[in-house]
Design a protein around this ligand. Structure first.
Ligand SMILES: [Zn+2]
Length: 276
């Protein structure tokens, strides 16, 4: 497991940080800003880098942008009992794009403030997606995962449970897509996501539902009694996101992860979940 940071800053006010990362050869890329706006500097660095503590202190002192995420090794994924399934291939926007998130095909909102929703029908695509060599995809701004027929065939062959293929409708033709179907997960686990700090969630002032900040650091921990027995797919009870972004995490069993890794299907990645 590695915690990877993408640090971004403008050289105009952060000379010390710039010279430090330049001297250490840590600059990933730069981009010249117009009209003498200085240089935008990007640094990708893991917390295992021996220079990280010093860089981290400079980021805090100077207020540079710092986004991070956790990457697990294949061995860690293969030995985990449960995992989060995360799309890495986004293509196209939800339909209708112009009224996102208030009016979406198949996904009426439960609350206009926090944008939690329920799915009542097929999700529409403006046109057929182009998967290229990918087997999984999602739409920009949404967490629903779609996959190719070969994936559904593979899931069915080893009798995985807790999902159903749901047609996605192509708006232009009104017909079901021939390339993808939604990997629809209906089962919702009991509440159980563990947070270290109550500030990691915000309670909606309108509907009272709590939304957790996106879980980016390390292993997500969930109480074991939240698990639905005898399924390989389930959604977290908890909502994640901020602003108008709202989603439930898709949890999958080890059997699902092993199958996808064995087949080499692309377009998703896994993050380890620990049921305690
Ligand atoms: Zn709400």
């Amino acid at each position: 497991m590695e915690i990877l940071h993408r640090v971004m800053f403008n050289t105009t006010s952060k000379d010390i940080l710039f010279h430090t990362v330049e001297d250490l050869g840590l600059i990933t890329k730069t981009s010249q800003l117009p009209i003498d706006g200085g240089l935008l500097v990007f640094v990708d660095i893991s917390e295992s880098n021996p220079h990280w503590p010093m860089i981290s202190d400079l980021i805090s002192a100077l207020g540079a942008s710092d986004r991070y995420d956790t990457v697990f090794t294949e061995e860690e994924v293969r030995s985990a009992e449960w995992l989060r399934l995360i799309s890495t291939f986004e293509q196209g926007y939800p339909y209708p794009k112009g009224s996102w998130p208030f009016k979406q095909s198949g996904r009426p909102l439960l609350c206009q403030k926090c944008a939690t929703y329920t799915q009542t029908g097929p999700i529409q695509f403006i046109k057929e997606p182009n998967l290229g060599k990918k087997s999984f995809m999602s739409l920009i701004w949404q967490n629903e995962v779609f996959c190719s027929p070969e994936v559904f065939q593979g899931l069915a062959e080893i009798n995985l449970r807790g999902y159903e293929p749901l047609d996605a409708v192509i708006h232009k033709t009104g017909q079901a897509s021939e390339k993808i179907q939604q990997l629809f997960v209906q089962n919702i686990a009991s509440p159980g996501v563990i947070v270290d700090d109550e500030h990691e969630r915000i309670v909606c002032p309108v509907c009272g539902v709590a939304k957790f900040h996106p879980h980016m650091r390390g292993v997500m921990k969930i109480y074991r009694d939240a698990i639905i027995p005898n399924v390989d797919f389930m959604l977290t009870n908890e909502w994640f996101g901020h602003g108008f972004f709202a989603w439930r995490e898709i949890l999958v069993s080890n059997r699902v992860a092993q199958l996808i890794l064995d087949k080499g299907w692309q377009g998703i990645r896994f993050k380890v979940v620990d049921f305690v």
